[in-house]
Every structure is written in structure tokens, then in C-alpha cells.
Design a protein around this ligand. Structure first.
Ligand SMILES: [Zn+2]
Length: 115
């Protein structure tokens, strides 16, 4: 049993959450604020990255550029095939926006493949 409010798990037989005083439910409720980010574009080319970002900005899609500021691993295990000076950056979007983002980034993706 799960509390839909604080999401704590309780023993079967307990009907209410003592903390929240709400009826427990049988399935674990989805975290309301949880957003899963998935990679829609991976590039070591800052120009492509900038274009991709502005396209996502224009579309109102939230994104997260992974690897852009964390340079410590650049040139390590991830460095093969990429420019070590810049390193690959993974542009990640909300999973629910993935298809939309893919469509938007489709045409620049073709240019990115030559990197
Ligand atoms: Zn609770």
C-alpha cells in the first residue's frame, strides 16, 4: 500500500497514512514532478549544439545539455571519436517531448552525422 501524498510504502492492512491522514492506494503513485530526460542529440560541434538549442528554445521545449559544463571526463573514456577540446555534449529533453524534439532536430541531425 502506498500513500498518494508522501508516497511512503506501508504494510498491507494499513488503510491510511498516519502522517498525511489520507487513504492509501495499492499502486505506487507517479512522482508528480519527476521528469525523465533522454538524449535527443549528441554532438561535439558547438555550432550544431547552438542551432539545436535555439530550435528547442523556439519550440518551448525544455532541454538539458549534459557534458557541457562537466569537462572532467572529456578526453577520457568518452573521448574516442570526438574532438577532445570540446567533447561531446548530449542534449537531453523530457521523454514526453522526445518525438517533438526529434522532428525539430531532424534536419540538423543529418549535418551532425559528418562530425
Ligand atoms: Zn503520507
Amino acid at each position: 500500500m502506498f500513500c498518494p501524498q508522501c508516497r511512503l510504502e506501508y504494510e498491507p492492512g494499513i488503510a491510511r497514512c498516519p502522517d498525511c491522514d489520507v487513504q492509501l492506494v495499492t499502486t505506487r503513485p507517479d512522482p508528480p514532478e519527476y521528469v525523465e530526460f533522454v538524449t535527443v542529440l549528441s554532438t561535439g560541434n558547438p555550432a550544431i549544439l547552438a542551432v539545436a538549442k535555439s530550435l528547442l528554445d523556439n519550440a518551448g521545449i525544455e532541454y538539458f545539455a549534459r557534458g557541457e559544463t562537466a569537462s572532467s571526463w572529456v578526453g577520457g573514456a568518452f573521448g574516442v571519436g570526438f574532438n577532445v577540446a570540446t567533447g561531446p555534449v548530449e542534449l537531453q529533453v523530457d521523454r514526453t517531448k522526445l518525438e517533438e524534439a526529434k522532428t525539430i532536430l531532424d534536419h540538423i541531425g543529418e549535418g551532425a552525422s559528418s562530425v
